[in-house]
Design a protein around this ligand. Structure first.
Ligand code: HEM
Length: 71
């Protein structure tokens, strides 16, 4: 492991995987208890808020990941 590239890579992995796990295990089951319209609005809102975080952490994962692989 070579700091700080690897720290960035692993932190981004934690945010990406952790965020996705939280959505699947917390937000989606909670949404199932809501009426269909509220559920759709809630999941659409979560998707909209998560998208920039998910894509940027994925970009941070791939960039330093490739840099680490080239060492
Ligand atoms: C293009 C995509 C990726 C490339 C090229 C890549 C490359 C690498 C490399 C070369 C290492 C070893 C770094 C070292 O030991 O110095 C590493 C470690 C790691 N990667 Fe990736 N990675 C990629 C995507 C991902 C993704 C999507 C995840 C998880 C969601 C991930 C999670 C991790 C973790 C947790 C480690 C630390 C594990 C360890 O060092 O044993 N990586 N990656």
């Amino acid at each position: 492991m070579d700091l700080p590239i690897d720290v960035l890579h692993v932190l981004a992995a934690c945010v990406w995987v952790g965020g996705s796990v939280a959505i699947v295990t917390v937000a989606v089951p909670y949404g199932r208890r809501l009426p269909p319209r509220e559920r759709a609005l809630m999941l659409a809102g979560i998707g909209r808020r998560w998208r920039p975080i998910g894509w940027s952490t994925l970009a941070v994962l791939v960039g330093p990941g490739i840099a680490a692989a080239e060492r």
